[in-house]
Design a protein around this ligand. Structure first.
Ligand code: FMN
Length: 368
């Protein structure tokens, strides 16, 4: 049977050089929410991916959440991203930007003193790192007013427009991992009585307004969405209407021409939370591209593509330590392990200093 993972994919107006996606990965190398030059080197090194989805990037100053996350809400950030997309395109890569608002998963100290916000004033359990290296509990967020909620929908749309102006080939909305859109979806963090709370339709409204607004502004063929049903991440446990909520969302989005749905199969206990029957059902419900992520190897990726359950597979950690991952897959070369200690800090170290396989061999030869 013909191999799929390494074969090009032409869809709508896109041509992807292979079906390997670099998963969005926060590397926390920004300074004051400004993307840095080493990030351009990092992404350009990985341009062999059929699609790079650049790390989660804040749509608003109160949605940065974690330490050293970049933003896409002002002109300087847009200009810095433009340099980065230029470097990726010079290597014939394709790059989308993941747009995030972290909601209650954050701390004012990481976002220039701005209070965290959410659908409801309920703090998440857990801690996060702040600039003085302290591990502090998540604070109680400010419950957004209806007008503030609508403003954040607009912030997502503006961020998407900025991303396109900065040269990105498209955007992915981060609707996963317990960040703000999920806080609206989930009844535990949404006890609102306005049009953004209550029924499944109302709890889905924030995310659907974002998606519709972005698709109208930049086109559905340049828009994707990441979801993580059943994940329980960031203190949002499974809930009774979860399946019905995701069915509603997907059915609504299937009417729109949205380019892709990207499922993150990741949970707090390390077990993949998305059952196979759900993947099969999703394939039935959604007509455009499906990307799956979470613990894939070349072999398991190829199998699931052959089974027709996905169109592309995203790899996260393997891309950190193997900038030439598609080349290694193509040639059956061994993969280098990633150093967890430099995932989220370390400057250039652990970001741009992982060699390609041929460079690794040259260095080994020189040393020996
Ligand atoms: C260092 C690191 C940062 C991550 N940051 C993000 C992120 O910004 N947005 C997101 O949706 N997922 C993020 N993830 C999850 C990855 O996109 C991916 O789904 C996960 O690593 C599982 O894929 P893998 O087993 O191939 O690594 C991150 C993962 C890692 C390891």
């Amino acid at each position: 049977m013909e191999q799929q993972l390494l074969a090009p994919l032409t869809y709508k107006h896109h041509t992807f050089s292979n079906r390997i996606v670099m998963a969005p990965m926060s590397r926390r190398r920004a300074t004051n929410a400004m993307p840095q030059d080493n990030m351009g080197i990092y992404y350009a090194q990985r341009a062999g991916a059929g699609l790079i989805i650049a790390e989660n990037t804040a749509v608003a100053p109160n949605g940065v959440g974690y330490l050293n996350i970049p933003g896409i809400y002002n002109d300087a950030q847009q200009a810095a991203w433009k340099k980065i997309t230029g470097q990726v395109h010079a290597q014939h890569g394709k790059i989308f930007l993941q747009l995030v608002h972290t909601g209650r998963i954050g701390h004012p100290a990481n976002q220039e003193g701005r209070p965290t916000v959410s659908a409801t004033a309920l703090a998440a359990a857990g801690v996060l790192r702040t600039p003085d290296d302290a591990q502090v509990p998540f604070p109680v967020p400010h419950a957004l007013t209806t007008a503030e909620t609508a403003n954040l929908v607009a912030a997502h749309v503006e961020a998407a427009q900025r991303a396109i102006a900065a040269g990105f080939d498209g955007v992915e909305v981060h609707g996963a991992h317990g960040f703000l859109p999920m806080q609206f979806l989930h009844p535990l963090t949404n006890d609102r009585t306005d049009q953004y709370g209550g029924s499944i339709e109302n709890r889905s409204r924030f995310l659907l307004e974002i998606m519709h607004g972005i698709m109208e502004a930049i086109g559905p063929e340049r828009t994707g969405l990441r979801l993580s049903p059943f994940s329980g991440l960031n203190d949002l446990p499974p809930f009774e209407e979860e399946l019905a909520t995701y069915h509603y969302l997907v059915d609504e989005l299937n009417k729109t021409g949205l380019l892709y749905l990207h499922l993150s199969d990741q949970s707090t206990n390390g077990e993949p939370p998305i059952p196979r029957w759900y993947l099969e059902e999703l394939r039935q419900r959604f007509n455009n591209l499906i990307i799956l992520a979470g613990g894939y190897t070349q072999e398991t990726a190829e199998t699931i593509l052959q089974e027709g359950l996905a169109n592309m597979i995203a790899f996260g950690r393997p891309f950190i330590s193997n900038p030439d991952l598609p080349h290694r897959f193509r040639n059956g070369l061994p993969l280098a392990p990633a150093n967890v200690d430099t995932f989220y800090h370390g400057g250039d170290n652990g970001l741009i200093d992982y060699p390609t396989y041929s460079r690794q061999r040259e260095c080994a030869g020189a040393a020996g």
